[in-house]
Design a protein around this ligand. Sequence first.
Ligand SMILES: Cc1cc2nc3c(=O)[nH]c(=O)nc-3n(C[C@H](O)[C@H](O)[C@H](O)COP(=O)(O)OP(=O)(O)OC[C@H]3O[C@@H](n4cnc5c(N)ncnc54)[C@H](O)[C@@H]3O)c2cc1C
Ligand code: FES
Length: 253
Amino acid sequence: MFVIDATVEKSIELDNQIYLLKIHSPQIAETIRPGQFLNIRVSDSYYPLLRRPFSVCDVEDDFFYLMFNIYGEGTKILANKRFGDVIDVLGPLGNGFNYNGDYDTAIIVAGGLGAAPFPFLIKKLPQDKNVYSFIGGRTFKDVIIHGMKNILTATDDGSLGYKGTVVDLLKVNLPMLNSSRIKIFGCGPNAMLRSLKEFCIDNNLDCEVSTESAMACGFGICQGCPIESVDNPDKFLLVCKDGPVFNVKDVII
Ligand SMILES: Cc1cc2nc3c(=O)[nH]c(=O)nc-3n(C[C@H](O)[C@H](O)[C@H](O)COP(=O)(O)OP(=O)(O)OC[C@H]3O[C@@H](n4cnc5c(N)ncnc54)[C@H](O)[C@@H]3O)c2cc1C
Ligand code: FES
């Protein structure tokens, strides 16, 4: 884990007010794995006081990318970063996806900004894996397809792709995928992750999800990011240290 002053290379605004921030840091680019995250101090002042956690969206040479939209004060400040600005970055943090397993087809399931960790994961998947990306949002504006492969889309209002949730779309397509051994990688709002968990357990599918929690330290000290464990209801796991990626069977979302 490093604490690094990393330099902004450029800020790219995609459609729908989604930002990609390209940041130079050979240490992070070399060491980070898909699904791990960084805890970022967005300003030099004490406001906002706490760092903000972000998945690494992609890595290219000595650069890494963050993906976000303007949500609160922290992301508003990040969206205004420009070439040469220096950002204090803590990471890599967390465990990351376990993608070198015994399966043929990787199914990405993302809701809204849950798309953020997947361009990097897709890039790192072993060459022999097939990939399908099931991408959902409330409306077409919330569907983020940047860096995805073999894309199927769903929107709650039917403005793009299948009308319904992204998990409904997965259910409809399961017969098509059933001939191969699949592993599912999910990220999105908790309601989506709960529905994905139920679907995977019902269909006996292996599934890892990247979870979110409000965070302070980002590395297991403050105990501020608990998530309930299935095995031991009296014991909480920590999203920052034990996660953010969990097998859906292991946690109560
Ligand atoms: C491991 C991890 C990876 C993440 N990766 C990304 C990413 O790649 N891109 C991205 O856009 N966002 C990501 N997030 C979420 C991101 O950290 C928050 O959205 C961020 O704190 C927003 O900062 P802000 O200052 O703009 O808003 P804030 O001012 O921090 O938040 C505004 C409001 O949202 C609430 N809030 C903040 N964070 C969360 C949260 N995680 N869950 C529920 N409520 C929250 C706050 O309590 C507050 O009420 C990630 C979170 C985690 C834990
Ligand atoms: S954020 Fe401090 S323990 Fe997880």
